[in-house]
Design a protein around this ligand. Structure first.
Ligand code: AMP
Length: 272
């Protein structure tokens, strides 16, 4: 595995590759969720590039940019074990110049995560577009865990005619159901226990739907009831385009929840 720090190094290498390139962008502190994306990329491409970059433009003032977990040495080992070919770890000054062409996420993104974190998705799309420009992947891998992000990246690729396949990947969970996240380390043991109510509520919603309940309000109320002890930020039932829906449509619905544990926001969802 080669570790690359500059755009030039990666671009020069990219020019020599004429086979499929699989790309997995991350912010590091790698866990089994990231690893599942990397493994999928490994099986589906000749060359695998992983990036680790804690992107400042997707953090709002007052968010955890400075405190965001950084585990460079452990991450390098993980990538090596996963047989990554190139690990791209640029500095902020490598990725951004003083004045930038800005990317604006569509207005419809200013709901749910975009409402809680205005401007967040502008920063996400900006960095992903830059990374796509540098790596020019055949296939790029994104987790369904960040469902709204995935939906906006699919839209960006479509709107900007980027010749890249976006590959959605399943959510990886702890054995007890908690969705893996780099931010789980912020939780106290008490909060970690309480956080199980999030996946529990989604599983119950899934079971209710499997029994034939398609009324979104009834399903939402079930989730709210189970998550009641938590500080719930939102529960939303949307179609794949992120329009709120009244009736659950099989294979076209995503149920999203966010709960807050002091400063830590935990996101989870299920795809129906
Ligand atoms: P991040 O490092 O948080 O920016 O995440 C990098 C990629 O890993 C994104 O595409 C995430 O959606 C994905 N990811 C994060 N957590 C999980 C998880 N538990 N299961 C599957 N993918 C995940």
């Amino acid at each position: 595995m080669q570790i690359l720090r500059t755009i030039e190094e990666l671009q020069n290498i990219r020019k020599t590759i004429s086979t499929n390139v699989g790309f997995v962008p991350t912010m590091g502190a790698l866990h089994d969720g990231h690893i599942s994306l990397i493994k999928k990329a490994r099986t589906e491409n000749e060359i695998v590039i992983v990036s680790i970059f804690v992107n400042p433009t997707q953090f709002l003032p007052g968010e955890d940019l400075d405190a965001y977990p950084r585990k460079d040495e452990a991450d390098k080992k993980i990538c090596e074990l996963c047989k990554v070919d190139y690990l791209f770890m640029p500095e902020i000054s490598t990725m951004y110049s003083k004045e930038e062409v800005l990317i604006k996420a569509p207005n419809k993104s200013y709901i749910l995560e975009g409402l809680a974190r205005p401007g967040h998705f502008d920063g996400v799309l900006q960095v992903v577009l830059k990374l796509f420009g540098i790596t020019q992947p055949t296939n790029a891998y994104f987790g369904k865990k960040d469902a709204q992000q995935l939906s906006l990246i699919l839209q960006m690729v479509k709107n900007l005619f980027l010749p890249i396949n976006i590959i959605p990947c399943e959510i990886v969970r702890e054995k007890d159901g908690l969705a893996l996240s780099s931010r789980n380390i912020y939780l106290s043991s008490e909060q970690r226990k309480d956080a199980l109510l999030i996946s529990k509520s989604l599983y119950s919603a899934g079971a209710l739907i499997a029994k034939g309940e398609l009324n979104a309000t009834i399903v939402k109320n079930k989730i709210l009831e189970i998550m009641r002890p938590l500080e719930i930020e939102y529960v939303a039932i949307v179609d794949r385009e992120f329009n709120e829906i009244d009736t659950i449509e099989l294979k076209n619905t995503i149920i999203l929840v966010v709960a807050r544990f002091e400063k830590t926001r935990l996101l989870d969802n299920i795809w129906i």
